[in-house]
Design a protein around this ligand. Structure first.
Ligand code: 7PJ
Length: 256
């Protein structure tokens, strides 16, 4: 899954794709580099970020979704808003990637009605304040319990199990130690019987481990992605598609 942010303020590539035209060009490049789908986001969820309106989010993403869907590129939409979900599904998106795990009123219904895939991600708190003082007694158990509850809610809303994906939400209301524990014990999520998506690409935990700025985290991101795959991840949400693809080719060549 290649990341395309149509936002002026995303932490890792902020301003790279401010216009729909730039976003479209970037999405097509990621597909050329080997992405199976692209994740389009019109609202930054980085720590401390502020929400944007439905209208602004749609203005940013809809033109991009429409053109990509016409070209049969599978599009996921990174949003927490049911109105944005419905409009994006109408424009051809095949997946909703919700860092809020469909907790907004109407979000479960939007996905159920749309018949699309949905990624349920764990987050403690909300983007504006989530990194202030994250706390868990047992991060793996608590994240897993949250995801189990959200899976149950999705199933109860009529979403089929084949449509659902889970994600522990690296960096979303978590300290470095929490993130490392989640990656170390990632295989614990395998018994939930839905595909596991992970987003580690260029994240601050990799900056803390290596001492590198966000512009210099490609190697660390690829290492983290391979660890995740070895521990059961099925979908990697990444900025650096070519680098990740090359690493996966080597990994897959030695897997049975
Ligand atoms: C994630 C995401 C993630 C899922 C972002 C960033 C911040 N969606 N959206 N998982 N992260 N499912 O790219 O660093 O980890 S935005």
């Amino acid at each position: 899954m290649g990341i395309v942010n149509v936002t002026p303020d995303s932490f890792s590539d902020g301003g790279l794709c401010v216009s729909p035209e730039d976003a479209l060009r970037h999405a097509l490049r990621l597909i050329e580099e080997g992405a199976d789908l692209v994740d389009i986001g019109g609202e930054s969820t980085r720590p401390g970020s502020n929400p944007v309106s439905v209208e602004e989010e749609l203005r940013r993403i809809l033109p991009v979704v429409k053109v990509l869907a016409e070209r049969n590129v599978p599009v996921s939409i990174d949003t927490t808003k049911p109105e944005v979900m419905l409009a994006a599904i109408g424009a051809g998106a095949v997946m909703i990637n919700d860092v809020n795990a469909l907790r907004a009123e109407g979000a479960l219904e939007a996905v159920a009605a749309g018949g699309v895939a949905a990624c349920l991600m764990h987050m403690q708190g909300e983007p504006r304040s989530m990194q202030i003082q994250p706390h868990y007694d047992d991060v793996v158990a608590e994240v897993k319990e949250f995801l189990r509850q959200r899976l149950d809610a999705a199933l109860a809303a009529g979403i089929s199990p084949e449509q659902l994906i889970i994600d522990p939400g690296f960096g979303f209301g978590k300290t470095l130690d929490h993130n490392i524990a989640l990656l170390r014990y990632l295989e614990c999520f395998s018994d939930m019987n839905v595909p596991l998506l992970v987003g580690l690409s260029r994240k601050s935990m990799l900056g803390k481990i290596t001492g590198n700025e966000v512009s210099d985290r490609v190697h660390a991101s690829v290492a983290a992605a391979l660890i995740a795959v070895a521990k059961g991840a099925k979908i990697l949400r990444v900025h650096d598609v070519k680098a990740t693809r090359d690493a996966l080719a080597v990994y897959n060549a030695v897997q049975n």
